[in-house]
Ligand binder design. Structure first.
Ligand code: ATP
Length: 503
């Protein structure tokens, strides 16, 4: 829901998770800065991914390739010719839209009409209401469904044939108006490449146009031989990478869900041709497991299998997450065949193959890719974690129930009073623990206020130092989610916290 997203955006800013980029100059569209708590959460997500992918798999290694790559890379990958969005301008408002999205929004309106009919009927029939039966037989609903199928069919045909003005024709046929001005006066549809370009070297020396990478994957493909040879890797094996990617998105909105500069965590798994389906299923299962262990709620994930495959894929699906805007793509899993390595072989003139000793022959491996947006994962976590609740004592709080393993700050050390040697004792506990955990020391304001502050940034545990601590070296350990406290000895803190914050 829109309201939840607004609350998350406000909370993320107020508590140092995400700021609009260059805010003092009124921000820059679809670019965001991660603050003091955001960077910790982001690092923890990266770490969780890296551990699961690289550290836990003996046959997967990591790299960190440059963002700038030789321009031919993007010819070979197909991005120069085909990484496009179809755009249309409204002649009166001068606003620019993605033609396919205008049509999808029109479809969403028809879907809303169906929902309305269903709701009405559900009320009328009460307990006896059979939704599937109603949708399959009600004349009005059938008419709407038919319309949707017709529009979808025409849209796909236009995109697949590359005949973009069919999209314009469809927009005119459907009488779609500019959401801003209401005008139906549209320009022709143009292809707009999503890659950012810049010049390498000074213009005078004959500049070369280069691109900011729109995905991290190509840095892995061009290094296939380097890693395979120096790492003495045998098939099947994988190369993982976390890094920035850039896309000149036209519909850049929905906070950090769609940005122009974002971060991807990608892994390319190279396999023997013919074995790709087995590995595709393997990685689907592994990746959904990785998500579910976090405990954000199994019902918030679903697979969406692609029926219309990209030209280079022989199987593909998305893991969709239930974001505040509804179910949307969080991660993609693609069986990319030998498309990329073959293209790089062709364009570079270098042999990019694996020598299979058992079969005594060389071949270009097939690839299974898993690709997840780090920022989308961050948003997924915030969306589930954000909770407004009333505690047993009647007080209200906003708490981020971030999985403890990923929380920006694991432990807050809070001396009850700013005197009687309690601060010194608190500092001593900080020194015991701060190498092992991200800890914060906080002595300002009442203990209640300090608990609220740490609830708001998702700190899973608070240690309170009181007068009894000075006598017997015990402290209270407060749990964020239950607000329950237990008394434990300071020598047990390290083991206890370790156990609590591991997955
Ligand atoms: P979408 O259809 O939402 O534009 P995509 O299919 O173009 O995404 P991929 O090219 O498969 O995305 O990229 C892999 C992952 O990178 C996506 O699953 C998503 O998590 C992330 N991603 C892609 N584009 C963006 C963006 N503009 N901002 C943030 N994350 C992104």
């Amino acid at each position: 829901d829109d309201n939840l997203l607004k609350k998350i955006v406000a909370h993320a800013k107020e508590y140092g998770f995400v700021f609009p980029s260059s805010e003092i100059y009124d921000g820059l569209g679809a670019a965001y800065d991660y603050g003091q708590n955001g960077v910790e959460l982001k690092n923890n997500i990266k770490n969780y991914w890296w551990k699961a992918m690289v550290q836990m798999n003996e046959n997967i290694v990591g790299i960190d390739a440059a963002i700038f790559m030789h321009p031919t890379t993007w010819k070979a990958s197909g991005h120069v010719d085909a990484f496009n969005d179809p755009l249309i301008d409204n002649k009166d408002s001068k606003k620019r839209y993605r033609a396919d999205v205008l049509i999808e929004e029109h479809i969403a309106k028809i879907e809303a009409k169906i929902d309305k009919e269903v709701d009405k009927a559900a009320k009328r029939f009460g307990d006896k209401f059979d939704k599937a039966q109603f949708v399959a037989t009600n004349e009005r609903v059938l008419r709407y469904t038919e319309q949707i199928e017709m529009i979808n069919g025409k849209m796909k045909a236009a995109i697949e044939s590359g005949n973009l003005n069919q999209l314009k024709t469809l927009i005119e046929e459907l009488e779609i108006a500019d959401p801003v001005s209401g005008s139906k006066n549209w320009t022709d549809v143009r292809q707009f490449n999503l890659m950012f370009s810049t010049e390498l070297g000074s213009l005078a020396e004959g500049a070369n146009k280069i691109y900011l990478r729109p995905e991290t994957a190509q840095g892995i493909f061009v290094n296939f031989l380097n890693v395979q040879k120096t790492g003495r890797m045998k098939l099947p094996f994988g190369i993982a990478q976390i890094g920035k990617a850039f896309r000149n998105e036209i519909i850049a909105r929905q906070f950090i869900f769609r940005m122009r500069e974002f971060e991807q965590m990608e892994m390319q798994f190279f396999v023997k041709p013919g074995e790709e389906m087995k590995w595709y299923e393997h990685w689907k299962a592994q990746r959904i497991k990785w998500h579910k262990i976090l405990g954000l709620g199994e019902e918030n994930y679903r697979f969406h299998d692609h029926l219309n495959l990209a030209h280079y894929a022989n199987a593909a699906c998305d893991i969709e997450f239930n974001f505040p805007m509804g179910f949307k793509e969080l991660e993609g899993i693609h069986s990319r065949t030998d498309f990329d390595l073959k293209a790089h072989e062709e364009y570079s003139g270098k042999k990019i193959q694996f020598f299979d000793h058992q079969e005594n022959r060389s071949y270009i491996p097939y690839v299974i890719e898993t690709s997840i947006g780090l920022d989308r994962m961050f948003l997924a976590i915030l969306a589930i974690a954000y909770t407004e609740e009333t505690l047993e004592d009647g007080s209200e709080r906003t708490v981020l129930k971030i999985p403890a393993a990923l929380a920006p700050c694991k432990l807050a050390v809070l001396p009850l009073l700013q005197r009687d040697n309690l601060p010194e004792k608190g500092r001593e506990i900080m020194d015991m623990l701060k190498y092992d955990f991200q800890c914060q020391y906080d002595e300002k304001d009442t203990i209640g206020k300090r608990y609220r502050r740490h609830d708001a940034i998702g700190t899973p545990y608070c240690v309170t130092v009181d007068h009894q601590t000075l006598e017997d070296n015990t402290v209270t350990l407060r749990d964020r989610d239950s607000a329950q406290q237990e008394r434990i000895h300071i020598n047990e803190l390290k083991n206890k916290i370790e156990e609590l914050v591991s997955l």
